[in-house]
Design a protein around this ligand. Structure first.
Ligand code: CA
Ligand code: CA
Ligand code: CA
Length: 420
């Protein structure tokens, strides 16, 4: 839902110099009762009726109700009201603000704002409404105005819950305002992107050297897809929303295609990041071969530390090459019995002998997948009675193997080369 700027805001934008730099949709001015939907992942400037440069007015009595599909935080960089009657007294007879987590009730009060009051809000502090509703009441009396406040309000994305009953899907189809646009939306970079996704090195309009990310219907499985466009200079990171719990044990499936398969088309990598603002924390788990046809892939994050984010990285491409991603799904791996102590017991130029211990006598069959990373190469079903010293005999020279037991996906033998 888009926030419609009030008439006042439009006028303020035209008439006052401070508003000229403010983004209309991202500025909230408390000059009347308002109900506003806060978008997760967005930050808004929040001012009294005088804006950042002027005082609020007399006899104001306004309520601002914010709602968000996630959390809401507010942080004041300035707060100055008419000082209260004497120090430490918190009196409703002078100007004051009340901030609630939810509806107005004493139990929901987060903080009070009133200069001189002993328990007035502290600047530089995040106050959070975890309920997803924040109610702000503001009153001024009939004399002595002051500077008011400068604050930021932020919609915080709640971690996405994924479990055996709940799967995360993003098919990009609910963002329909930019379809059928192969090169770049004419409103770039202010076009919609999936809620709670983060992008690093996405161009803010100056391109190159920064790559672009936007939605398009070109080469989508259906509707829209995410288009990553290379700059030839910087890698682009598209980071999924944070998931509740540890992504170890989660699987990501998605469909992608490159525009073509030349070197310039670049490479899509999948991995995880412990810090979604720091590209040096990206750990690659899958390299996607260049494909000019829609190709479905799965990626796993068995070693990801707690709190990691799933991320796409598009790199190595020359200037202005496209890559398309659609139908992103994150789900938990099927529950399965982990193997015990998987190991490579013997390696030769062409063979690898695998061994593992039974941890549950009810296991009756195994399937071993082997691959020349990252492309899947084949699989064999192994009888439970022969789980020891099972030999892979089809290895190619100088290829690395990563045998994985499926459905016992917890088994992963560290890739070692069957090298000559
Ligand atoms: Ca006053
Ligand atoms: Ca002000
Ligand atoms: Ca789609």
């Amino acid at each position: 839902m888009k926030i419609k700027p009030s008439l006042f805001l439009l006028l303020a934008t035209l008439l006052t110099p401070w508003a000229a730099n403010a983004q209309d949709n991202n500025t909230i001015i408390l000059n009347e009762n308002k109900n506003i939907t806060i978008q997760p992942g967005q930050t808004y400037n929040f001012y009294d009726s005088g804006g950042p440069d002027n005082n609020y007015g007399k006899e104001e009595d306004y309520t601002l109700t914010l709602t968000c599909d996630g959390y809401i935080t507010i942080n004041f960089s300035q707060f100055q009201t008419e000082p209260t009657i004497s120090s430490y007294i918190c009196s409703d007879s002078r100007d004051y603000m009340l901030i609630y987590d939810g509806e107005v009730s004493d139990d929901n009060l987060i903080t009070r704002g009133q200069t001189g009051c002993s328990y007035s809000l502290v600047t530089g502090t995040d106050y959070m409404a975890a309920s997803g509703i924040m109610t702000i009441k503001w009153k001024s009396n009939n004399a002595t105005e002051d500077a008011g406040w400068v604050a930021t309000i932020t919609g915080v994305c709640a971690p996405v819950v994924v479990n055996s009953n709940s799967v995360y899907t993003e098919n990009f189809d609910s963002y329909t305002s930019h379809t059928n646009n192969a090169s770049s939306p004419n409103t770039y970079p202010n076009d919609p992107l999936p809620q709670c996704w983060q992008f690093i090195n996405r161009s803010d309009g100056s391109y190159p050297p920064y790559p672009k990310a936007f939605l398009t219907s070109n080469y989508a499985v259906s509707g829209n897809c995410l288009l990553l466009n290379s700059s030839g200079v910087k890698d682009l990171y598209a980071i999924l929303p944070q998931f509740e719990g540890n992504i170890s044990g989660y699987q990501l499936t998605f469909t992608y295609r490159n525009y073509g398969t030349t070197d310039g088309d670049g490479t899509l990598y999948v991995g995880y990041m412990t810090n979604p603002n720091d590209t040096t924390t990206f750990v690659q788990t899958l390299e996607c071969p260049k494909r000019a046809a829609l190709t479905t892939k799965a990626a796993f994050f068995l070693q990801a530390p707690q709190g990691s984010y799933i991320a796409f990285k598009y790199g190595d491409g020359a200037y202005d090459y496209d890559l398309y991603i659609d139908d992103v799904v994150v789900s938990v791996l099927p529950s399965c019995i982990p193997t015990g102590t998987p190991r490579c017991v013997e390696l030769s130029a062409h063979t690898a002998k695998l061994s593992w211990d039974l941890v549950d006598a009810t296991q009756t069959a195994w399937e071993v997948e082997y691959s020349t990373s990252p492309e899947f190469a084949g699989s064999l079903t192994v009888d439970a009675t022969t789980h020891e010293d099972f030999s892979l005999r089809t290895l190619l020279l100088k290829r690395h193997i990563t045998p994985v037991s499926v459905p016992n996906a917890a088994m992963m033998i560290p890739a070692r080369g069957a090298k000559r």
